[in-house]
Design a binder for this molecule. Structure first.
Ligand code: UDP
Length: 330
């Protein structure tokens, strides 16, 4: 495989794992990132353009400088809790920014995009496992911003003939086994890195948001998927789009749910550290349980998760967090 691809948000957590896989597969990625959460060190040796999706001139310049076969779009604000507090930021970055990207693609004649969506488009699930056909009813502005973009992509496919794949990620976790890249948000809001930071004494304890959900132990249940498995699905999507017109959505998860307390216990096993925690009130915008049915991605894309065990996922994150090469704790 070969060809030039633009990776918006390529210096971020999932984007940088994508860039590594693209390079390994023979593509020439160009990263466009405002470095608000991304790290130049995560994409060493790969062309990096520092720019913002809210700056159409910067976007026009990057498209003028290269002939791209496709675009990967990972650049977005991602915190459910923050989106409830400041929805305007989420709609501006995640919707207006992505519209600017689509405008730039249309002007440049680039017709394929892979978009990072989220399980948060489903809201509170009505079935144990969530398939793509499950009703979409987000319960926070983050989820709405992503669902709006899925609709916008479908409309652009109809009106302008672009091809689009949206991946609804469940909970991305883990790190590339090489130890060169990993999760490094500032501030960090996600469960697995926060548990590992508590294990390392970088925060006094893990705070668990809510223990009165309708789950086996009362804490929220999520489906954790290794970041490299997310990236490999994105790679498969490029080939798939060669043969398929229109806009399509796929879930990416492992199909197994773990409660927040179960993830903490798995981390205790992996690290050998009795990680302190306390229960806090619920975090606004959190659904009780989110577990994927990813059969569609498996059958259409021929994709299979390769690192599906929760302990294996945490082990790879632990290797990174003990010796991060960049980020707030490096
Ligand atoms: N969570 C928690 N403490 C933390 C971070 C997250 O209890 O420090 C909980 C959060 O309330 C949710 C689950 O962990 O129930 C997963 O949250 P995360 O932010 O990692 O991902 P999300 O599911 O919101 O995308």
């Amino acid at each position: 495989m070969s060809g030039k691809v633009l990776v918006c948000g390529g210096a971020g957590y999932i984007g940088s794992h994508m860039v590594r896989q693209l390079v390994a597969a023979g593509f020439e990625p160009v990263v466009f990132d405002n470095l608000s959460q991304g790290h130049a060190a995560a994409v060493e040796g790969v062309p990096l353009v520092r720019g913002d999706l809210l700056d159409p001139a910067a976007l026009a310049a990057v498209f003028a400088g290269h002939e791209f076969d496709a675009v990967y779009h990972f650049a977005a604000l991602i915190s459910v809790g923050d989106s409830v507090i400041a929805p305007e930021l989420y709609y501006r970055n995640n919707v207006v920014g992505a519209l600017n990207l689509l405008d730039a693609m249309r002007t440049a004649g680039v017709g394929r995009i892979v978009f990072s969506s989220t399980a948060a488009v489903y809201g509170n699930p009505r079935t144990d496992k969530i398939a793509e056909t499950h009703p979409q009813a987000p319960i926070n502005p983050y989820g709405w911003s992503k669902l709006m973009m899925e609709q916008i992509l479908a409309d652009h496919a109809r009106a302008h003939g672009i091809r689009a794949v949206s991946f609804r990620y469940f909970n991305a976790a883990g790190a590339d086994p090489g130890g060169a890249i990993g999760e490094a948000h500032d501030p960090e809001t996600h469960l697995v890195p926060n548990i590992l930071c508590a294990a390392l004494g970088l925060r006094p304890m893990l705070e668990i948001f809510g223990d009165d959900y309708d789950t086996s132990d009362g804490t929220c249940v999520r489906d954790y998927i290794h970041v490299n498995d997310i990236a490999s699905a994105h790679l498969a999507a490029l080939d798939w789009m060669d043969a398929h017109e229109g806009a399509h959505v796929f879930n990416l998860g492992n199909g197994s749910g773990f409660s927040n307390l179960e993830v903490l216990e798995a981390a205790r096993k992996v690290t050998g550290i009795d990680i302190p925690h306390r229960i806090r009130p619920r975090r606004e915008g959190d659904a009780g349980t989110l577990v994927a049915d990813s059969a569609k991605a498996q059958s259409h894309l021929g994709w299979r998760p390769q690192h599906s065990g929760i302990e294996e996922i945490i082990e790879s994150a632990w290797a990174w967090h003990r010796a991060p090469k960049y980020g707030p704790f490096a």
